[in-house]
Design a protein around this ligand. Structure first.
Ligand code: CA
Length: 413
């Protein structure tokens, strides 16, 4: 069940009451035999209260919370804005009307401004990062990760530094889809203090297994965009690559208790996947020409089925990372993911929430000690194309929908 309210000014009061209460609620889960916690049976399922925090937005894509409760959010075709704890909204960086205009930002197809995240030292350096499609590199255009510094009042940004400039962008439509498809675009700092960036295959047959190109990858870099130590990329690979062989990763989150990274990604016409990453791992997506399949414009990604064009091609890549969960059905467009943390989530504390776009649901996964899903239940929320799932400082779940809303979901007894 859920309780739903349309927030008016009451939202501001709620946010203020909860701001600064601390976001890193330690998981109370015990370690399992594989070193990871075992999520217990869901004997206590939280009652979810949903508040519509914002509406009328244009394709909100991601959110990030400052220590004082200010919420940064992106809109795909507009750019970066901030909603302060008192409800005031300022457009910071993006198209005309923003405090700082990013003339090179454009939106096309699925792409535009995607992920946003704050520096772990935000309280002292006021640094924010965004993932965006850019015309700065005109031939071809590319996706970038851009670093910005806010003023003390969180009203303006300055000191733009483009720390990654060569994430592939699908410049031209083809037989399998329009330009701008499959850019990935989630960015998060991991518990290791490094910046993780998810990318997509651009409907390219070769990008996911290409050792030098950054499409179809998970990157792990420093604040300056340099390769982070420990990526373990195979010889000949771009050292910024942490894992490869991905299709279109739009969720990344770390498991409480183990700090293992988990990603969620869209399948084609089958097999959305959640995968626990290992450094240098191959996720096993390889949509190149192969016998027996009809592959428009050389892209086999929509040809075949889970056997003939698998999301994790273990016959071709025996050491590929196996998915922790496969929705085992028609692809429903799995996008964002976040682990739930905190006692308020009761039986869901430590479980993995993933958002489904076309399937219009949020799935709560239980994991065993080895990190494999043992149970999947749908959260009691209205249907929507779930684009972003982010835990707020107080541990509530914030949800962005493609229809232009940001919800706050509060767990309770
Ligand atoms: Ca895979």
């Amino acid at each position: 069940m859920f309780r739903s309210t349309i927030a008016l000014t009451c939202c501001v009061t709620i946010i203020n009451a909860c701001a600064g209460s601390g976001g890193d609620v330690a998981s109370s889960l015990p370690p399992g035999p594989g070193g990871g916690p075992v999520t217990p049976p869901a004997t206590t399922t939280p009652v979810l209260t949903r508040t519509v925090l914002m509406s009328g937005l244009s394709s909100p894509w991601d959110m990030a919370f400052a220590p004082d409760g200010a919420m940064f959010f992106t809109e795909r075709c507009n750019g970066l804005s901030v909603r302060r704890a008192n409800g005031q909204v300022t457009r910071l960086f993006g198209v005309a009307g923003s405090g700082t205009v990013a003339a090179d930002l454009f939106c096309l197809g699925q792409s535009g401004m995607h992920g946003v995240t704050l520096d772990p030292q935000f309280a002292t350096n006021r640094t924010v990062y965004v993932f965006m499609a850019s015309t700065r590199t005109t031939t071809p255009r590319a996706n970038r990760v851009v670093r910005l510094v806010l003023d003390a009042g969180l009203a303006t940004v300055a000191d733009r530094t483009d720390i990654i400039t060569d994430i592939p962008f699908k410049n031209v439509g083809n037989a399998v889809g329009g330009a701008g498809a499959h850019s990935g675009g989630r960015i998060r700092f991991g518990p290791d203090g490094f910046l993780w960036v998810t990318t997509g295959d651009n409907h390219s047959a070769t990008l996911p297994q290409d050792p030098r190109a950054l499409g179809g990858k998970v990157l792990r870099v420093t604040r300056d965009g340099a390769a982070a130590p420990g990526n373990n990329a195979p010889t000949g690979f771009d050292p910024r690559i942490y894992s490869y062989g991905h299709r279109n990763v739009q969720g990344i989150t770390w498991r409480p208790g183990t700090n293992d990274a988990y990603v969620s990604e869209h399948g084609p016409n089958h097999s959305d996947e959640v995968t626990r990453l290992v450094a240098g791992g191959n996720a096993g997506w390889d949509p190149q020409n192969r016998p027996g399949l009809s592959c428009p414009d050389g892209y086999c990604g929509y040809a075949g089925n889970a056997t003939t064009m698998p999301m994790t091609d273990t016959p071709r890549f025996p050491n590929a990372m196996r998915p922790a969960w496969n929705n085992n059905s028609a692809s429903q467009g799995m996008g964002p993911a976040t682990f739930l943390r905190g006692a308020n989530w009761q039986g869901w504390d430590g479980r993995l929430a993933v958002g489904i776009l076309a399937g219009q649901r949020v799935v709560i996964l239980s994991l065993d000690g080895q990190g494999n899903a043992t149970d999947a239940v749908n959260a009691s929320l209205p249907g929507a194309r779930f684009r972003s799932l982010v835990l707020g400082n107080e541990g509530d779940l914030y949800v962005a929908t493609d229809s232009g809303e940001i919800w706050r979901v509060t767990p309770g007894a």
